[in-house]
Design a protein around this ligand. Structure first.
Ligand SMILES: Cc1cc2nc3c(=O)[nH]c(=O)nc-3n(C[C@H](O)[C@H](O)[C@H](O)COP(=O)(O)OP(=O)(O)OC[C@H]3O[C@@H](n4cnc5c(N)ncnc54)[C@H](O)[C@@H]3O)c2cc1C
Length: 403
């Protein structure tokens, strides 16, 4: 039986597209199937700005994506964590680690466009519009049913990767359960023009309602990610620009002077959803399909990219059948510690933010000024910002002859 491709990637979002680049780099033939029309994808990527870790930047560079995106990147030179009503603060600077920057911010739209351009130029990747609707898994191959505008067709492959986001069809078809927590929060994202230069500092401000982050962007603008209870978000969305800026100023203060302008506002409902298994026969989950996490630690794409890199380098090292059960089991085992650590770090940040009332404030102040707690927070922050590298072999992302 001939296969249409070595690997079928379901979902051409940021992680699925990254995986397509990585598979091409190791000489596998990939088919990438994306359900959403191109224009809708671009709209969805619009207003968000990501913090990318050093590890992610290095991986994207090796995949030929970073050169297409770097013109809009802004280095993150320091991080400042403060709390509303608290006395303490934690300041972490890249120079303390002998670095010029921890990582960089990049508009999600620019990352999406760079990935799409790179994928379109790769010889080993075919991109098709369509929605995965069924999987029939045999001993040696998988038959996937793709619906394209009402016409169904079957694709035969050896491995299916579910890069199809939070509502993953691959996960559902394989009956993989999820642990889901609805935070009851919505994030408002926008761009603010501050009165003073941001100096490459990312600000995380703790509030009783949720985290308020201001990220340094190119052109001396800042990217706002402001999480709050959903009803509050609706109220803030209805404000005119001047009232919205006043509300933001009230939370952030005047560390960057007076906010002059706000860009378009966009909302994102927030929930955590973790798949209880990463693999099934001839199938594996990556990115948001595997784990959707709160944006507070800026880790979702960074973690999903590491899923993709780890999978590709394992496939390259193993050679042979990319859907072999032992290979997939080894991949799942190897991803466990990075997943658990990243999810735990994100949740610990949130717990810190969630404390309310006078007692909570005292506890948070203690956490921010207490030396031991500071050292622990700084260590975790640096680790998260630079990107976990355990077991990742970025050098394995080099082009080899087709298998
Ligand atoms: C406000 C906010 C800020 C964030 N900031 C950061 C940050 O600073 N740093 C960071 O690392 N991460 C950040 N994240 C997280 C990041 O956005 C996600 O983790 C990442 O985009 C997930 O990408 P993905 O490709 O796995 O999933 P998705 O982007 O959801 O892509 C899945 C794709 O699969 C397609 N699809 C779905 N079903 C099917 C099907 N049946 N057949 C075919 N295709 C299908 C969809 O159309 C979609 O294009 C943030 C998230 C939010 C909400």
């Amino acid at each position: 039986m001939t296969n249409d491709c070595d690997v079928l990637i379901v979902g051409g979002g940021l992680v699925g597209s990254s995986l397509a680049c990585a598979l091409d780099a190791i000489g596998l033939r990939a088919l990438l199937v994306e359900a959403a029309p191109a224009r809708r994808l671009e709209r969805r990527w619009d207003e968000r700005h990501f913090v990318l870790t050093r590890t992610s930047i290095e991986a994207l560079d090796r995949l030929g994506v970073w050169p297409l995106a770097r013109h809009e990147a802004e280095p993150v030179r320091a991080v400042n964590v403060t709390g509303v009503g608290d006395f303490g603060s934690v300041r972490l600077s890249a120079t303390e680690h002998g670095l010029e920057a921890f990582g960089a911010t990049l508009p999600a739209r620019v990352l999406g466009e760079a990935l799409a351009a790179r994928v379109a130029a790769l010889p080993g990747v075919r991109v098709e519009a369509g929605r995965l609707v069924g999987l029939e898994t045999g001993d040696d191959a998988v038959h996937a049913t793709i619906d394209a505008d009402g016409a169904a067709r079957t694709v035969t492959t050896r491995l299916v990767v579910g890069a199809d986001g939070t509502d993953s069809a691959v996960r559902r078809i394989h009956g993989i359960d999820v642990e889901r927590v609805d935070y009851g929060q919505t994030a408002i994202v926008s761009v603010l023009a501050p009165g003073r230069p941001h100096a490459g500092i990312a600000h995380e401000r703790m509030t009783a309602d949720g985290p308020f982050a201001l990220l340094p962007l190119a052109g001396d603008r800042t990217g706002l990610v402001w999480a709050m209870p959903t009803a509050e978000a609706e109220r803030h969305l209805a404000l005119d620009d001047a009232a919205f800026l006043t509300a933001a100023q009230r939370v952030f203060g005047y560390r960057l002077g007076r906010f002059a302008r706000a860009g378009r506002r966009q909302t994102w409902p927030l929930a955590r959803q973790i798949a209880t298994r990463l693999v099934a026969p001839r199938a594996v989950l990556v990115g948001n399909a595997a784990q959707t996490i709160h944006p507070v630690g800026a880790q979702g794409f960074n973690l999903g990219l590491r899923d993709a890199v780890a999978l590709a380098t394992r496939l390259a090292a193993a050679g042979g059948d990319p859907g072999a059960a032992e290979l997939l089991a080894a991949h799942a085992a190897a991803r466990a510690s990075d997943r658990e650590r990243t999810i735990a770090w994100t949740e610990s940040l949130l717990r810190g933010f969630a404390r309310t009332g006078a007692l909570g404030r005292i506890a948070r102040s203690a956490a921010l000024v207490g030396l031991d707690a500071q050292a622990a927070l700084k260590r975790d922050l640096a680790f998260a910002l630079m990107g976990h590298r355990d077991g990742l072999d970025l050098a394995g992302l080099t082009r080899t002859e087709a298998a």
